[in-house]
Design a protein around this ligand. Structure first.
Ligand code: SF4
Length: 385
C-alpha cells in the first residue's frame, strides 16, 4: 500500500489540540518508530487476526488469508506478553459484540482496523481499532498497549480525550446516514495495566464538541500566529526541550513557590498539579543534554562520566577455585536464587503450584500521585498516621 502523507494534526497527537504553537514543532518532526511502537502495531495485528478469525470477518481490503502461525512468524517482537495482550483485547471485543447482539436482538456491524478519512485538517486520517454499531449505539474501542493509563474522558483536564473524540466523531459521521446512531460509547482497553475505561456521549454532544472545541483548536493550530500554551501535553511535544514558553512557565511556577509552612492549603493544592510538570521538564532537559553530549556537544561545566555500578564476579567457579586452592573458604551459606531466576527455572505454572503461597509482596510506602494514576487509592489506617 502506498505511504499516505502524514498530517501534522494527527488525531493521536494531543499537543496541537491544546497548544497551537506545537504545530511548528510537529511540522518538522521526523517519523520515528520505537520498539514500543513496533510492539504496539504488531500486537494490534495479532489481535485483529484473532478477532477476524473468531467472528469470521473477511478482510476484503488487504485480502489477508494468513494462518495464525504465518502471522506470528512475521512478528519481530512476538512474546508471551504480546500473546496475552492480543488475546485480552480480542476477547473483550468478541464479548462486546456478543453482548450487543443479545441487547438488540440483531447482529451488530463490526469494524476492525478501519481507515477513517478526516476532513478537519489536510491529509488527515486515522485507523479505528474497533467500531461496533448495534441499534442506536456506536461503540468505539481503542486498544492501548502502553503502561500509562489512558481514559476516554481526561479527569485532569476535565474534558474529552481528543483522540477518542475525533475517532468517535468521524466513525459517527461515516455511518450516521446508514444507521440510526444516537449514542457513542468510547472505550479504552488497556490489558497491560488492567484498565478498561468508558465514557458515553450523545451524537448531539459530540457535534457540539466538534463545533466548540475541535474546530477552534484546529483553526488556532493552522493560523499564521498560533499561541503557545504549556501544560501536561508538553511531554509529548517534539519541542519539549527547546520551547521557550514551556521553559518560562516552568520557571515561573518555581518562582511562585514559598516554603510549604508559609503557604495555605489552597496554594499548596495549586502547586501540587505543577510539580509533575516541573519534574518532567527537568527529566526532559537532562535527557536532551545527555543525548547532545554523547553526540559531541560540550556543555560548559559538565562532562560525561560512567554511572556507579555494583562490583560483580565475572567467573565465580574460577574465583572459588583460586581461593580454595589458597586455603580460603569462599562460600557463604547457600543462598536461594532471586525470585525472577526461580520463576525462570521452574516456569510460571510450576512456580505458582510449588511455592506461590510463600511469595509475599511487602507493602509499598505511601506516595502522592495524580488521580489519573493507574494504581488503586491506598487505604490509610490509624497506625500509618
Ligand atoms: S512544548 Fe508545550 S508549550 Fe511548547 S510548543 Fe510544545 S506543547 Fe506548546
Amino acid at each position: 500500500m502506498a505511504q499516505r502523507a502524514h498530517s501534522i494534526l494527527a488525531p493521536s497527537s494531543k499537543e496541537w489540540f491544546y497548544c497551537g504553537y506545537a504545530t511548528r514543532f510537529l511540522a518538522t518532526k521526523a517519523e520515528e518508530t520505537t520498539e514500543a511502537s513496533e510492539f504496539g502495531s504488531e500486537c494490534h495485528l495479532l489481535a485483529e487476526h484473532y478477532i477476524r478469525q473468531s467472528l469470521k470477518l473477511e478482510d476484503y481490503e488487504s485480502g489477508n488469508k494468513k494462518t495464525t502461525d504465518e502471522i506470528k512468524s512475521g512478528l519481530k517482537h512476538y512474546s508471551e506478553e504480546m500473546e496475552r495482550l492480543a488475546n485480552g483485547y480480542a476477547n473483550y471485543v468478541i464479548s462486546t459484540v456478543d453482548y450487543e447482539a443479545k441487547r438488540t436482538g440483531e447482529q451488530p456491524v463490526v469494524l476492525i482496523e478501519q481507515l477513517l478519512e478526516m476532513d478537519y485538517a489536510p491529509d488527515t486520517h486515522g485507523t479505528l481499532d474497533c467500531g461496533i454499531i448495534a441499534g442506536d449505539t456506536l461503540t468505539i474501542i481503542d486498544n492501548k498497549t502502553g503502561f500509562i493509563k489512558v481514559t476516554p474522558f481526561d479527569e485532569t483536564l476535565n474534558e474529552l480525550n481528543s483522540q477518542l473524540g475525533i475517532y468517535g466523531l468521524y466513525a459517527y459521521k461515516c455511518y450516521k446516514d446508514f444507521y440510526p446512531i444516537d449514542n457513542i460509547r468510547l472505550v479504552i482497553y488497556q490489558e497491560r495495566i488492567h484498565n478498561v475505561s468508558e465514557y458515553s456521549i450523545t451524537s448531539e454532544e459530540l457535534e457540539k464538541w466538534e463545533k466548540e472545541r475541535l474546530i477552534p483548536a484546529v483553526k488556532e493550530a493552522l493560523s499564521d500566529d498560533p499561541k503557545a500554551n504549556s501544560g501536561v501535553w508538553c511531554r509529548f511535544c517534539p519541542g519539549r526541550n527547546s520551547c521557550r514558553k514551556r521553559a518560562e512557565d516552568t520557571l515561573q511556577a518555581v518562582k511562585e513557590m514559598k516554603k510549604p509552612e508559609f503557604m495555605t492549603d489552597d496554594e499548596i493544592e495549586a502547586i501540587l498539579t505543577k510539580l509533575d510538570s516541573i519534574a518532567t521538564y527537568i527529566d526532559d532537559i537532562r535527557e536532551y543534554c545527555l543525548k547532545k553530549a554523547i553526540e559531541g556537544k560540550k556543555w560548559k561545566g559538565y562532562k560525561i562520566v560512567e554511572s556507579v555500578t555494583k562490583r560483580k564476579i565475572s567467573d565465580e567457579d574460577v574465583v572459588a577455585k583460586i581461593l580454595s586452592d589458597n586455603g580460603y573458604n569462599p562460600f557463604a551459606p547457600k543462598k536461594l536464587m532471586p525470585i525472577s531466576e526461580l520463576q525462570k527455572m521452574l516456569g510460571k505454572t510450576q512456580f505458582n503450584d510449588l511455592v506461590g503461597g510463600y511469595i509475599i509482596k511487602p507493602k509499598g510506602q505511601a506516595v502522592l500521585a495524580p488521580e489519573s494514576d493507574a494504581r488503586e487509592e491506598m487505604i490509610i489506617n490509624k497506625e500509618m498516621k
